[in-house]
Design a protein around this ligand. Sequence first.
Ligand SMILES: *Cc1c(COP(=O)(O)O)cnc(C)c1O
Length: 429
Amino acid sequence: MLSHAKSEQLFAEALKYIPGGVNSPVRAFRAVGGQPFFVNRAKGAHVFDVDGNEYIDYVGTWGPAILGHAHPRIISAVQQAAEQGTSFGIPNPLEVTMAKRVCDAVPGVQKVRMCNSGTEACMSAIRLARGFTKRDKIIKFDGCYHGHADSLLVKAGSGALTFGNPDSAGVPAAFTQHTIVLPFNDVEAVRAAFAANKDQIAGIIVEPVPGNAGLYLPKPGYLEFLREITAAHESLLIFDEVMTGFRLSFGGAQKLFGITPDLSCFGKIIGGGLPVGAFGGRAEIMDYLAPLGPVYQAGTLSGNPLAMAAGIANLEELQSSGAYCKLEELAEQLSAGMRDAAKSANIPVQFNNIGSMFCGYFTDQPVHNLADAMHSDRERFKKYFHGMLEEGVYFAPSQFEAGFISAAHTPADIDHTVRAAAKVMKTLH
Ligand SMILES: *Cc1c(COP(=O)(O)O)cnc(C)c1O
């Protein structure tokens, strides 16, 4: 057994001063039991805990670390920026570089505004959609997570789902009465909602590839359908690409699927591991934001030079390094290996993957939406999670999170992972 003595000591201390001992709920390991380990160093595809254990990491700080941890180009960009000052609250040149990069890369983005988290990006995009269309209602899909703003915290994925309360306490019903929640991949449900709420729907917000209830893919034609029906009703289509942006391709899921949304939300990768969010879209919509327009949105640290420097370095390295080809190869190796491991252990697993994102659900039924995902055997996942940790492989501590491969993973890392999975799955009967 790996020793976690120092982590246990730190967690006991943390519990005294931090609610649940963590600053974001899924980190507490509640969905898998046991206690979190504390990490004080990470490099490439590996994280090192305070007890000296090393893990192959498939969480990648929940998405940003697409190049692996502590990439030298990002570290040096942040160091250089820090020497010039950590925040100005006055326009700085890096903001312009970043905006230009995002507009050049993402088909649906003509103008972009930076903020500090994916939550802020989605919250602001919704406000903008409502302001622009002068309509109140929003459609979201169950199991999709768009951060923890009030009106979006209904039937949400990620931690909200993990803890069985996708509807949070403290959100007045009045705040969510304009949020219509529908099952993903269901065309008729969307048609019915538009028919029942004529000229009232400001927009649809969707993760084009939902990655906050595990991972499942849009059925062929589904995203096209969302594009068409929103356009037909003069509603906006908002792609929440906080997870998929710059991951599924340099231009995000929208580039990969060839669907151009009206607004897009970003976070994670564009900050290179620093706190960042962004939302952008058609210029005519974006110009509804203050100071040009009537929709208010602001931030003391928005466009922060350290975050911009880290994000720009991340994007430049991603674009120039051939990372996406490498990610595809590693993903192919992992998915083939994991499917074989499950088969040889005779454990039913639905291994969903796209680009460098993946999720293995313990169920014999295909998973296309949240209801399907809920059929998976979570007790089995718990055992699997701890078994893999013991083998030095760290997956997200919940069945309902996507895994991420980074360009710093090696074929040897994947090989180790697949062998460990084959071994651990045999113990799951
Ligand atoms: C992570 C995530 C968010 C929230 O971003 P934070 O930076 O954690 O606030 C929103 N939407 C999606 C799709 C995400 O994956």
